[in-house]
Design a protein around this ligand. Structure first.
Ligand code: SAH
Ligand code: AVI
Length: 340
């Protein structure tokens, strides 16, 4: 028998309301400045497509980060000896198993935290089967809104009257944010997010942060525009989500996938480009949006980093960089920092 605890901070109707707001604002902007936030990629199909992306030959970040974790997990767990491991944007938590294996002696509780409840449920199920002595306490929530909930993890009575979780066990927390998901925030939101992470932790706790690094633009673009077209499908899937959840009639076949390197901002932009002039009706929002031929909607940025920038941003948020590792080719950076 497997068991895990799951706190659901986002009901179906919360999610719909948030999507409605994002689409109203994002599609309501003037042509050329229209956007959809990347968190809506990750319904069940989108999460599966992302998983496929991580195995594509062009998409190096997952492989590089896994190699770094494989080499360093022992050192990380020895240095930190955490009682609780929290992972934001955890997805399948596949790479995280390297940390859980290395931390078998110290880690008592694992808290995967993700907006995709279906992915979270199957990851939690799988982890509680693999690690029967580990308390898996999952949180389905938005890491830009619900980090305050972490304070309740070990409070007497547990989160929201769950009746579970005792007082915080001795030993620091280790909060992992892997995959360079931090690159999907714009700089201002990134700052706010790191500040909120620092506020959710106590002095002496640790942050393990994965950051994809600046490199040859041709390799970067290929990673976001793979030959098999999986990333294109992942990108278009956001329109399938909008159609399904908001009664939309966007024709997915009339939107082209675009991946472009912005050398000034040092980020990849994913966009959807209208193939022909068209109208999208969103019946649940009583909204009609007209798109000109060639008009683009930005669906994601994926910022790429350099070590000095990462270190400065961490310091500004109240963290001291203690370790910095890359894969042998220097494609991906993993930093371990401590909350001051
Ligand atoms: N950490 C994994 C997965 C990265 S994909 C890895 O390194 O491979 C990004 C993950 O973040 C997805 O599982 C997605 O559902 C989740 N996510 C995206 N936006 C989120 C948000 N606002 N709040 C919580 N989770 C979010
Ligand atoms: C989750 N995130 C870090 C991925 C990235 O690389 O920005 C999402 C992704 N988008 C396209 N491919 C992968």
């Amino acid at each position: 028998m497997t068991s895990y605890q799951l706190d659901v901070l986002l009901t179906e109707s919360d999610l719909r309301r948030a999507l409605q707001e994002d689409v109203r604002a994002g599609f309501g902007a003037p042509p050329g400045r229209r956007t959809l936030p990347p968190k809506w990629f990750y319904d069940e199909r989108g999460s599966k497509l992302f998983d496929e992306i991580t195995r594509l030959p062009e998409y190096y970040p997952t492989r590089c980060e896994r190699a770094i974790l494989g080499a360093r997990a022992g050192r990380i767990m020895e240095l930190v000896a955490p009682s609780t491991l929290i992972e934001l944007g955890s997805g399948t938590s596949e790479k995280t198993r390297l940390l859980l294996d290395a931390g078998r002696e110290t880690v008592r509780t694992f808290t995967p935290f993700d907006v995709s409840e279906s992915t979270l449920r199957s990851a939690a199920e799988d982890l509680s089967r693999r690690y029967p002595r580990l308390a898996v306490h999952a949180v389905a929530g938005d890491f830009e809104r619900h980090l305050g909930h972490l304070a309740l993890l070990h409070s007497p009575g547990g989160p929201a009257g769950s009746g579970q979780s005792a007082a915080r066990p001795p030993g620091p927390w280790l909060l992992a944010f892997l995959g360079s998901t931090i690159g999907n925030f714009e700089p201002q939101r990134r700052r706010a997010f790191l500040g909120a992470v620092a506020a959710a932790l106590s002095p002496g706790d640790w942050l393990l942060l994965g950051t994809d690094l600046v490199k040859d633009p041709a390799r970067l673009v290929a990673a976001y525009d793979d030959g098999a077209g999986v990333t294109a499908e992942f990108n278009r899937n956001v329109l399938a989500v909008v159609n399904r959840e908001l009664g939309g009639d966007a024709d997915l076949d009339r939107w082209a996938h675009v991946a472009r390197w912005d050398a000034d901002q040092e980020w990849i932009e994913m966009r959807l480009r209208a193939q022909g002039r068209q109208t999208v009706n969103l019946f649940d929002l009583a909204m009609t949006v007209r798109f000109e031929d060639g008009e683009e909607v930005r669906t994601e940025i994926s910022a790429k980093f350099r070590r000095p920038g990462v270190s400065a941003e961490l310091a500004a948020a109240g963290f001291e960089l203690r370790e910095w590792w890359t894969d042998p080719a220097g494609d991906f950076g993993l930093s371990l920092s401590q909350r001051r």
